[in-house]
Design a protein around this ligand. Structure first.
Ligand code: LLP
Length: 415
């Protein structure tokens, strides 16, 4: 699905330059609406933590997950409070508590979703009585690639299911208050694993031996990156989790809340990366279009072999025959190719013949795009624009090279 009008994208590129991230507020709101059956939608902001998107989420009644001190500060800056009207607006989810983050969650009273027993001891020592979730690794996982599989014995995430008694001992020792259990076994949904994880949740809660307030289904809801891929059936997804919730409520004789923690689902389809073709060349039988965005901007193809739809917006009306094209970036590294499969195999994509000055639109780039960008090759972070109805606002200006260099200025020291 493409929420963007080519004329608008051309205008935005002319106004703000390229590369440029462009997001559509209406698409985000539509995805939020699809998940309203859940009691709580907790946005995994690692997917895209721009403050203005966080504010949009907050206005739509979505709470937030944070995985670092920086993400906690972003949530606070966007107006989230650790707890408001009895619900935790910010939860810190991680497998380690670095010292600065520990001090922050204690000072602000931010509930912690603990992925290791060491976290429970460190938190409990600093803040007896703190509110916690337990993130459980049920012993299996799945993901769109091995790097996004977050369950099973090869994953570093969560408290191993058989270690639940030790986690409960740590809670008792420090009088930590248990909010509930959380499971996130990977990104990308398959219904077989979903039923398995729902069953594992019911079984783990039964082992706790005390009522809990909530369960969290984690994130991982997929989106169709390729044309023709099916969309996830959110009603079915909710129904499976709701059935688990009802089984738990019946067993503990008390109702409980059902949370979901999506990142990608809320923002991926709402964002594109715009880049300009700056050179074309043929290498033997291959035709290359080289653009001004690289894997420092959009890392997913280079990192996971991920597929993003690519659309060409021609700079002129001249006829363009279709041509298999390798789309690559400006970085001084051979892996800087957007059309690649898993393992780095270079692929061609059939596009109208690209010419210098054309724009390429990388679709479904709103999640894990800007948030995974880097300064590799000393390239500044790219600007971001949010389109909301008729208004297009610059929600992050382009970083300047001066800002990059300033970080390395030597401090004046007093002798
Ligand atoms: N909750 C937890 C505890 C997570 O670790 C994650 C993602 C999410 C929720 C959100 O998952 P989502 O709904 O977005 O699939 N960079 C990779 C994805 C890494 C996901 C890490 N954890 C990518 O570009 O596909």
């Amino acid at each position: 699905m493409n929420p963007f009008d080519p004329t608008l994208l051309r205008q935005l590129a002319a106004t703000h330059g390229t590369p440029l991230w462009v997001y559509d507020a209406a698409t985000i709101r539509a995805r939020i609406a699809e998940l309203r059956a859940f009691d709580t939608i907790r946005y995994a902001q690692k997917a895209n933590s721009n403050l203005h998107l966080l504010r949009l989420m907050r206005e739509a009644g979505v709470v937030v997950d944070a995985v670092s001190l920086g993400e906690i500060e972003r949530a606070l800056a966007a107006g989230y409070r650790p707890s408001r009207e009895g619900r935790s607006e910010i939860v810190f989810t991680a497998d380690v508590l670095d010292r600065a983050t520990l001090a922050k969650v204690v000072a602000e009273g931010i509930p912690v979703n603990a992925g290791s027993i060491d976290m429970l001891h460190q938190l409990g020592t600093a803040s007896p009585g703190h509110r916690v979730w337990l993130r459980i690794n049920p012993g299996f996982g799945h993901g769109h690639s091995n790097k996004t599989n977050t369950g099973g014995e090869h994953s570093k995430h969560g408290i191993w299911h058989a270690d639940l008694p030790a986690a409960l001992d740590a809670l008792r020792k420090h009088r930590l208050q248990l909010i509930g259990l959380h499971m996130h076994i990977g990104s990308g949904v398959d219904y077989h694993h979903l039923q398995q994880v729902c069953d594992a949740m019911v079984e783990m809660v039964a082992r706790i031996g005390q009522p809990i307030e909530a369960i969290s289904a984690g994130g991982g809801l997929s989106i169709p990156y390729r044309a023709g891929e099916p969309r996830i059936d959110t009603a079915h997804y909710h129904a499976l989790w709701d059935a688990a919730r009802r089984r738990i409520a019946q067993a503990q004789g008390r109702p409980l809340q059902l949370e979901i923690e999506p990142g990608r689902f809320l923002v991926a389809e709402a964002g594109v990366l715009l880049a300009e073709v700056r050179a074309t060349k043929s290498m033997g039988s291959r035709f290359f279009a080289l653009v001004d965005a690289g894997f420092n901007d959009l890392a997913r193809p280079a990192l996971y072999g991920s597929h993003h739809g690519i659309e060409l917006l021609a700079a002129d009306a001249s006829p363009r025959a279709p041509r298999p094209t390798v789309v690559a970036g400006p970085l001084c590294e051979s892996g800087d190719v957007f059309t690649q499969g898993e393992g780095g195999v270079v692929l061609s994509r059939e596009l109208p013949e690209a010419r210098v000055g054309d724009l390429l639109v990388f679709h479904d780039a709103g999640a894990y795009g800007a948030s995974m960008s880097s300064n590799y090759n000393s390239r500044p972070l790219t600007a971001e624009v949010l389109v909301d109805g008729d208004a297009a606002r610059l929600i992050r200006r382009r970083q300047s090279i001066g800002e990059l260099l300033a970080l390395e200025a030597l401090q004046q020291t007093q002798s």
